[in-house]
Write a protein that binds this ligand. Structure first.
Ligand code: F6P
Length: 405
């Protein structure tokens, strides 16, 4: 009996494209690293492998489509039984990865798994641009292979709407966590029973998981040459050469995601790197744009000193807190950069390697997110154009190194 009590079923809850599978996989990998036997039972995978007829059309998910409803319930029961068998034959933790958006479905999970306790983890995230990007990526999977991109998008969006029409958030269930899966923040939680490993699981949910982040600054630009700030300058010959060197450096490392700002200089870098990769998605994020220098945009540091001496003095006295007139300061960059990091991590799922191509001030803020630095030192962190930072931050490993390419 003792061993039964230590077993656990975790059931994911949430609309499509809310990060459920990423969280499930993260839980599996982290718990396995602690010698637990964990398995994921994914309803979508069973549906895709079991049904030869294509079920990517939104109609399949309509509550009015009784045949579709019955097939999906049958898949849920099949996976639940597989989870019960797994736990009975030595497994420790079974993860049910599906939308599980109705209370009725969740009640059937609790009774089907009994006496094994069930912890529900609901993933929520309503960031519109992120959802659009995430949905666009999802429509590229083979399930949608026979459709054009607009058709796939339309069907996936419709599918989400159909789920939304039946959605019931967690409330009366005995054990649950509602997680903002973009911010890794617990929004609400309730734990009535003795849920095995709960503190460990909660800790995994709120931690960033960064297997390998390569943080790069764009190469030299025409503005850099003149010590001109901001703007949207292109890379110089030297900058292009730096991009090519970097592309060569990473050509044998599979980098499925490259995140940049929306500025030409970082996009040029990404395109050159992506050209040397077998398959790499480039995602520009506005959150990673360089600090907005307001009325000083496109001026040289010398021009600022001469034309706006008060700005020069005030900024040198407290560079972190100084905010450019009509622009930003390091202090105001902080929430935007943090959101950019979270978006990049969310979109890259559990990818082994990701590259972020940023700017001087942006990269300082990204570094300060991972490293402890006193606020007043952050605006002076050294951000070269011929080296990159390799950052690893997982439950068991923290690494930080500056590497030349
Ligand atoms: O000079 C390049 C640049 O990226 C500018 O666009 C930006 O204003 C500046 O660096 C940020 O660095 P600092 O805060 O040291 O002026």
């Amino acid at each position: 009996m003792e061993t039964t009590i230590k077993k656990l079923c975790i059931a994911m809850v949430g609309l499509p494209a809310r990060g459920k599978s990423t969280i499930a996989l993260r839980l599996k990998e982290s718990l396995e690293a602690e010698n637990f036997t964990v398995s994921i039972f994914n309803n979508g995978e069973v549906r895709r492998s079991m049904l030869s007829a294509n079920t990517a059309h939104a109609d399949f998910f309509s509550p009015e489509n009784h045949e579709g409803v019955e097939i999906r319930e049958q898949i849920a029961r099949q996976n639940m039984q597989a989870a019960v068998d797994f736990l009975a034959s030595g497994g420790d933790i079974a993860l049910l990865d599906a939308t599980n958006i109705t209370r009725a479905r969740r009640m059937s999970i609790c009774s089907g798994m009994s006496p094994i306790p069930v912890l529900f983890i609901e993933c929520i995230n309503e960031d519109k641009t992120l959802l659009a990007t995430s949905i666009a990526h999802k429509t590229k999977i083979s399930e949608f292979g026979h459709m054009t991109f607009p058709e796939a998008l339309q069907n996936f969006e419709k599918r989400i709407q159909l789920y939304e029409s039946q959605y019931e958030t967690l409330r009366s269930e005995d054990n649950f966590v509602i997680l903002n899966s973009l911010q890794n923040r617990v929004v609400r939680e309730k734990v009535t029973d003795d849920i095995p490993h709960y503190p460990r699981i909660r800790d995994i949910l709120v931690s960033d998981m960064i297997p390998n982040l390569y943080l790069v600054r764009h190469g030299e630009t025409y503005f850099n040459r003149e010590r001109r700030i901001g703007g949207d300058s292109r890379l110089t010959e030297k900058g292009l050469h730096q991009a090519e060197q970097l592309a060569k450096h990473f050509q044998n490392v599979q980098v499925p995601f490259i995140f940049t700002s929306t500025k030409t200089r970082t996009i040029q870098m990404a395109e050159i790197i992506a050209a040397c990769q077998e398959k790499s998605v480039h995602v520009p994020l506005k959150e990673l744009d360089e600090i907005d220098a307001g009325i000083c945009e496109s001026m040289t540091y010398d021009e600022i000193r001469k034309q706006h001496p008060q700005i020069h003095v005030a900024r040198s006295m407290d560079k972190y807190r100084y905010i450019y007139p009509e622009g930003e300061g390091y202090i105001t960059l902080q929430p935007r950069i943090q959101l950019g990091i979270k978006k990049a991590l969310y979109l890259s799922g559990n990818a082994e390697n990701i590259i972020i191509i940023g700017h001087q001030a942006v990269n300082r803020m990204i570094l300060s997110y991972f490293l402890f630095r006193r606020m007043e030192d952050v605006p002076y962190i050294y951000i070269p154009q011929d080296k990159y930072f390799h950052i690893v931050s997982t439950q068991t490993k923290k690494l930080f190194e500056l590497k030349k390419f």
